[in-house]
Design a protein around this ligand. Structure first.
Ligand code: BDP
Length: 636
């Protein structure tokens, strides 16, 4: 299917008149090719980052659309983009309703003979976009980008008004949402079915970008393998427009180049580029090759796009996770994008700080709990050799409420998975797609000892179909990576049957056997054996830990003290070291993070971080550094 800008525009018009309740404009898939290639500045492509102070107006009565606010906000105030609105404004921390963003910009006149698009990095949760008062379309779901063609709507030589309406109302038919009767919904405010603050707004950059009109690249998918000392980068290229030839140029760090011609069938081309004496990508040697794809003649390419990729393989064999055929052990964290005032907005200095702290502590991996992160995070992980479990925002799923809601969530999850894989598929750092965090049975809470299955039969069938379907969809879209979802403590173990490996969160000693280390250790060790005997797959603990109030010291049996947290993490790691099938231990969490108000969330914070929210180490951080950098005894 040709997905030209014209096609996008036609689809936009179509979508506006037939708005799909789930995906809005997105249902026709036009945003997928548009988001595949992150806007890039080079000799033939342009981009303009619209990060700045925008106009902003709350719209609690949702009157803006009828009143034509896309033609100008009546009483705007200032707001920074990117950034959550919640803590930038006065007394609006809990406001999740409708809000309007607006800014004005020239589009550089040098772009005039190009196709022009707008790309929004993340709008939490639902957005509608206008340019110069004309509706472009809408998108549902935060943490993932979407884009629209604007070529025929740009005013040249004068300012263009860009307006984005964003709202973040919580409901049972959204992902993530709030589900009546869910584990957390009755005990927190705002009422979410997940344990992090529902920050709202434009969280990442908004870009205007241009691509050459005559022909341009729409997607490039790189997969890599190696045999002996020869590496292969397989490039699957999709283009639009009239051009017959092109090439893929792979260069190493010494400037040695291998060039392979692209032969298109229609708009698609596939090519293998062989690399002699290949240098494989791994956490110890994150070697990146430059991959440039060009359309047209080499002397004056019509379009060009550059990626950096590593040659590596990832698989599960027996009890092992194999990176480049060698067993690896994951030592790391679950994280959040969360910082004071920024909320969930891109905070590049914090991102860089986090990578240096991960190195300091001896971690080699993290999970993007509980949503895909800013795209720059993955680029940095590629460079620094950090392994990523990439997760869609499907946290707190249940399968026992209204069928219509379940169905809608399923469609949303499918699309989010497709968007995430479309966006992140070329990063060597990403080794695993995670399709859900802690999907839970109705009986959760009455059965928290783990491993048994007491969900009702109908609920079980729906859950297996939902989760199995997502796992199969991830494999279909990308067979080159591992697929999993994260199992909740007390959840039915057999829901995990289709996962490539067993990834679970466990809180013995905290939420159960509270404060009782001896019992906690017994249950934890016992459950690991039970799970291994059932599945014979590697097990990765994607969460474990305890809240610690920074600076609160006591003897180590006292909960909320730094000593208790340190003891808990130490005990779990010691047990994992005795189980050869445990291949990953990821502490919850990297840093303290904001949640809704709840009795167990003092000051609206989850305090399980081994670093404080402003990244100061607690005692547990020093413990991990000692174990992972200095002693290196056992796997963990
Ligand atoms: C797990 C969730 C995570 C929570 C954590 C906790 O996956 O999002 O923050 O528990 O309670 O169940 O600290």
């Amino acid at each position: 299917m040709k997905r030209s800008f014209l096609y996008c525009i036609i689809t936009v018009l179509f979508a506006i008149s037939f708005i799909d309740p789930v995906a809005g404009i997105a249902q026709n898939g036009t945003y997928i090719p548009a988001i595949a290639l992150y806007p890039q500045q080079n000799a033939v492509r342009n981009r303009l980052d619209l990060s700045s102070i925008w106009n902003f107006q709350l719209d609690p009565a949702e009157e803006g659309e009828n009143a034509g606010w896309f033609n100008g906000l009546p009483a705007p105030q200032s707001i920074a983009v990117p950034g959550s609105w919640n803590d930038q404004l006065d007394q609006k921390h809990n406001y999740l309703g409708c809000s309007w963003y607006e800014m004005e910009t020239y589009v550089p006149s040098s772009w005039k003979n190009n196709e022009v698009g707008i790309r929004i990095g993340s709008a939490v949760y639902f957005a509608k976009v206008w340019i110069n008062g004309q509706l472009l379309g809408q998108h549902e779901g935060g943490h993932l980008p979407f884009a629209f063609a604007v070529t025929d709507k740009v005013k040249w030589g004068e300012k263009n008004r860009i307006t984005i309406m964003v709202e973040n109302k919580l409901s049972a038919d959204r992902v993530p949402g709030n589900v009546a009767g869910g584990a957390l919904t009755s005990v927190n405010y705002p009422n979410t079915n997940y344990d992090f603050f529902p920050y709202s707004g434009l969280h990442r950059s908004v870009w205007l970008y241009s691509v050459p009109k005559q022909a341009h690249l729409i997607d490039i998918a790189l997969t890599t393998t190696f045999q002996g000392s020869t590496g292969t980068i397989h490039a699957k290229v999709k283009k639009h427009g009239k051009v017959a030839n092109g090439r893929v140029i792979v260069s190493d760090k010494d400037g040695k180049q291998t060039v392979m011609p692209l032969r298109f069938t229609g708009d698609d081309a596939n090519v293998d580029v062989q690399i002699a004496d290949v240098k494989l990508w791994s956490p110890d040697t994150p070697y990146l090759y430059n991959v440039t794809v060009e359309l047209g003649n080499a002397s004056k390419p019509i379009d060009s796009y550059n990626l950096q990729t590593g040659v590596r393989t990832i698989e599960v064999k027996g009890n092992d996770i194999l990176l480049n055929g060698e067993p690896i052990i994951l030592r790391g964290f679950g994280k959040h994008e969360d910082f004071p005032i920024f909320g969930r907005g891109t905070a590049l200095p914090v991102m860089i700080r986090d990578f240096s702290l991960m190195k300091w502590i001896g971690a080699n991996s993290f999970r993007t709990s509980h949503y895909p992160y800013d795209e720059t995070v993955y680029e940095e992980a590629d460079k620094q050799g950090i392994l990523i479990i990439d997760e869609i925002p499907s946290v707190g799923l249940v399968f026992y409420d209204d069928k219509k809601d379940i169905d809608r969530r399923r469609k949303l999850c499918d699309r989010m998975l497709e968007e995430m894989i479309t966006r992140d598929k070329n990063h060597p750092s990403v080794i695993m797609w995670c399709v859900a965090n802690e999907p839970s049975p109705k009986t959760l809470g009455s059965n928290v000892m783990g491993g048994s299955n007491d969900a009702a039969e109908e609920e079980n069938n729906i859950a297996k179909d939902f989760l199995g379907g997502l796992l199969r969809q991830a494999k279909k879209l990308d067979p080159s990576r591992l697929t999993t979802f994260v199992g909740v403590m007390g959840g039915p173990a057999d829901w995990m049957a289709e996962c490539d490996l067993i990834t679970i969160n466990r809180y013995y000693g905290w939420y159960t056997n509270t404060g009782n280390f001896a019992m906690a250790e017994r249950y934890f060790g016992g459950e690991l054996d039970k799970l291994y005997n059932q599945f014979h797959k590697p097990i990765v603990l994607t969460e474990f830990g305890a809240d610690a109030i920074s600076g609160h010291h006591a003897n180590e049996d006292e909960m909320y003290s730094e000593e208790f947290q340190r003891k808990m993490i130490n005990a779990y790691l010691d047990i994992a070291n005795t189980k050869p099938f445990v291949k990953g231990m990821m502490v919850w969490a990297f840093a303290d993070f904001r949640t809704g108000q709840a009795l167990m969330r003092v000051g609206g914070m989850n305090l399980k971080g081994v670093f404080t929210q402003d990244r100061r180490p607690k005692m547990a951080a020093w413990l991990l550094r000692k174990r992972w950098v200095d002693e290196k005894k056992g796997n963990f």
